[in-house]
Write a protein that binds this ligand. Sequence first.
Ligand SMILES: NC(=O)C1=CN([C@@H]2O[C@H](COP(=O)(O)OP(=O)(O)OC[C@H]3O[C@@H](n4cnc5c(N)ncnc54)[C@H](OP(=O)(O)O)[C@@H]3O)[C@@H](O)[C@H]2O)C=CC1
Ligand SMILES: O=CC(=O)O
Length: 378
Amino acid sequence: MQLELLRESVKKIKKIMEEIGFLGMGIMGKAMAMNLLRNGFKVTVWNRTLSKCDELKEHGASVGESPAAVVKKCKYTIGMLSDPPAALSVVFDKGGILEEISSRKGYIDMSTVDAETSSKISEAVIAKGGSFLEAPVSGSKKPAEDGQLVILAAGEKGLYEKIVPAFDVLGKKSFFLGEVGNGAKMKLVVNMIMGSMMNAFSEGLVLADKSGLSPKTLLDVLDLGAIANPMFKMKGPSMIQNSYSPAFPLKHQQKDMRLALALGDENAVSMPVAAAANEAFKKARSAGLGDLDFSAVYEIFKFSLTTTTNVKQVLRSPSPATTCSKLTAPHLLQTTTKPPPLSLNSRIPITISDNHSLSLSPAIGDDYLRLSGETATQ
Ligand SMILES: NC(=O)C1=CN([C@@H]2O[C@H](COP(=O)(O)OP(=O)(O)OC[C@H]3O[C@@H](n4cnc5c(N)ncnc54)[C@H](OP(=O)(O)O)[C@@H]3O)[C@@H](O)[C@H]2O)C=CC1
Ligand SMILES: O=CC(=O)O
């Protein structure tokens, strides 16, 4: 029985053994392309920053010099790009997909974009005789590595059926949702909910902490109740250790909130919760946290200091002798001596003129230092 199943899937893979192209070797694209290689697919990859293809090459991928070159070589090409401008660029710009797409070739865009972007791409690809499928995914870096994504496809059913063997490797379940745009919309609704949940979760962790409860115990309590979910379980422990290695970059979560709110505008749906969550993500981006994991929005709730943007500017050049006039106006912090070399464990005491002190620790991001420790009367 097992052997028969194996034969069946080998047969399916062989049917689309014509090489698969893969554009975009970011967090997701790299994991997905690697997964295809591991499962016996031949893959040709391309990335704007070419060096990111090196690791894939070591694992047997070929490298194309442009999106057009990849499409020329491959019958099916998948794209996994950051946002609408990136998704449009690989199609419409010089060296883009449109230069080589033709009948009997298909393009599958798995990026998270809005329905309008997807439709523009679809129309252009179809006008050239090609087929198009949008197929954004739910699931992050780990599910991408483990082939456990949830695939939200829409567009040409024929192309969907042909690419299913690859989807079977990339995901645990794929949905075909009908006309182009439905996959994009479904993904935005899902991520709007996820972003709002992350905000409520962050607020809850701060509330527990500030009211004298252990955030860790809160995680244990949450995990046993009706609102237990994999996201709290996975992100919670690293959040309470202030660790935000990016699986899903915060800048992409904010892009998804923005696009979901636009979808709400179009449909006259009031979304006050999502709008507030978007504001927190925006604040986090402007504080320089965009490249960290989206759970870093927690930092915004923890330090509801007056203006994080200015905090960031100041924290770029702290010094041991930094002084400021008021705790509630951290942007008034002024550097008085040359910044010392920073290491992850250094703590920089800050003297505040009203006899309180704070310490800074360089913990997250390239140029962002986290205010840490309680204020203490000297
Ligand atoms: N990370 C996650 O957990 C998930 C992400 N997604 C979605 O998947 C997509 C990719 O995410 P992720 O891999 O995390 O993102 P990354 O930021 O890690 O990667 C983005 C990719 O897009 C490329 N890119 C950006 N701008 C351009 C451009 N103008 N032209 C060509 N290529 C460009 C980057 O190339 P370069 O290396 O040159 O910068 C890189 O390959 C996004 O839409 C995201 O919302 C969906 C589900 C989960
Ligand atoms: O888009 C992000 C995800 O985790 O799904």
